[in-house]
Design a protein around this ligand. Structure first.
Ligand SMILES: O=C(O)[C@@H](CO)OP(=O)(O)O
Ligand SMILES: [Mg+2]
Length: 429
């Protein structure tokens, strides 16, 4: 009998993401009839060292900038190179795509074309085997549900307000199960809506790109205090049950010419920003701060990490861009205690897994993450369970492209039933 895992057919089309921007969807079918579909996400606050998302040069005609070139690259170059190969040979397939592309940043075929194919291949293999993707990727001991970081106040490049910091997240750590943690998060999200309405009026509850509110605020302390109020109003303990995390995305408010950071309406030099983060972290018992400095400043991350003595997790995103090489530099400098994992920053599943392995081997937490431009694709929910936690970051508990991931995790929790464990119970923070 012929091998059912062999890739029989690869196809691609242009679909839309949550911002209405065109993006790439790839479909992979095996001889056995297994089907895998994956959609490439897109960032707004992109790191300088990310792999390239290939877009057509038609910005003047169409603001969304189409991806027809990336789509035709899948059909014309990738499909002929991978058809006929066993879909379980993920590394070989990823390597072939890297070779066909031939550039350092995947700019010829496009990281969007390559990633959507890479993920679709894994999904087609899992579908052929008739096992859930998380088990195909992580094996039978994949049974830990990740702790969600829920971005419920949006600022920076994701919102039209004056908040320099991009994301204010709640982290429901102190719960028995993933579904209980999600329930608490939803209660707080709803309560925050009432709090914001009372304080700033009805327009304050308009939402940003990731489904969090985008109130007319300017000050970081103001946003954090409002979150704390909503947490306490719901009767949750902000020390033990629901913590607060930030994604500063500081490269976005770093002014290269004056070497200062524009935050809370003032300009802060690097040393002043260090003091600023220190006081915020201690005052509010912040669980984690992502990208607190410009993406080039490995030393500043390290200084803050040292100062906070591991009480606050320092997270690399634009700093490390899911790249083994960048993470190696961060490890050398001791810059981070956690890293954001965004498969589209690097462009293949194998390279994403290599990055995760390097992080784990160095006791660095992984936070599997969405992008601000997302879709109904729920692959990262499976990836988060496959790598056994501890974190996932995928926006507010609202809007279909965000709930696609949370809902899949709820399904996985049900599937695992008595074997499911919540990472919040394992994390010592
Ligand atoms: O900075 C981030 O962590 C992400 C996702 O929240 O934003 P973007 O996808 O716009 O880079
Ligand atoms: Mg980030």
């Amino acid at each position: 009998m012929s091998n059912p895992y062999v890739i029989r057919f690869v196809d691609a089309i242009q679909v839309l993401d949550s911002r209405g921007d065109p993006t790439v969807e790839v479909m992979v079918e095996t001889v056995g009839g297994g089907i895998g579909r994956a959609i490439a996400p897109a960032g707004a606050s992109r790191g300088k060292y990310e792999a390239l998302e290939l877009r057509d040069g038609d910005a003047a005609k169409f603001k969304g900038r189409s991806v027809t070139k990336a789509v035709s690259n899948v059909i014309n170059y990738i499909a002929p190179a991978i058809q006929g190969i066993d879909a379980r040979r993920q590394r070989e397939i990823d390597r072939i795509m890297i070779q066909v592309d031939g550039t350092a940043n995947k700019s010829r075929l496009g990281a969007n074309a390559i990633l959507a194919t890479s993920l679709a291949v894994a999904k087609a293999a899992a579908d052929t085997a008739k096992i859930p993707l998380f088990q195909y990727l992580g094996g039978i001991d994949s049974r830990i549900l990740p702790i969600p970081l829920l971005n419920i106040i949006n600022g920076g490049a994701h919102a039209g307000n004056e908040l320099a910091v991009q994301e204010f997240m709640i982290v429901p750590i102190g719960f028995e199960t993933f579904s209980e943690a999600m329930r608490a998060a939803v209660e707080i999200y709803k309560e925050l809506k009432s709090v914001l309405k009372n304080m700033y009026g009805a327009s304050a509850v308009n939402v940003g790109d990731e489904g969090g509110y985008a109130p007319p605020m300017k000050y970081v302390r103001e946003a954090i205090s409002t979150l704390l109020k909503a947490i306490k109003n719901c009767g949750y303990d902000p020390e033990k049950q629901v913590r607060i995390s930030l994604d500063a995305a500081a490269s976005q408010f770093y002014d290269e010419s004056s070497k200062t950071y524009v935050i809370d309406g003032s300009k802060l030099a690097r040393e002043k920003l260090l003091e600023y983060w220190k006081s915020i972290a201690i005052e509010f018992n912040i669980l984690s701060i992502e990208d607190p400095f410009n993406e080039e400043d490995f030393e500043a991350y390290a200084e803050l990490k040292k100062e906070l003595k591991n009480k606050t997790i320092i997270v690399g995103d634009d700093l490390t861009v899911t790249s083994v090489e960048r993470l190696e530099i961060a490890i050398k400098h001791n810059s981070v205690s956690a890293v954001i994992v965004k498969p589209n920053q690097i462009g293949t599943l194998s390279e994403t897994l290599d990055f995760i392995t390097l992080a784990k081997n160095n006791n660095i937490y992984t936070i599997i993450s969405h992008r601000s431009g997302e879709s109904e694709d729920n692959t990262i929910a499976h990836l988060a369970v496959a790598v056994k936690g501890p974190f996932i970051k995928t926006g507010a508990p609202a809007r279909g492209e965000r709930t696609a991931k949370y809902n899949e995790l709820l399904r996985i929790e049900k599937y695992l039933s008595a074997d499911a464990t919540y990472a919040g119970k394992l994390l010592k923070m």
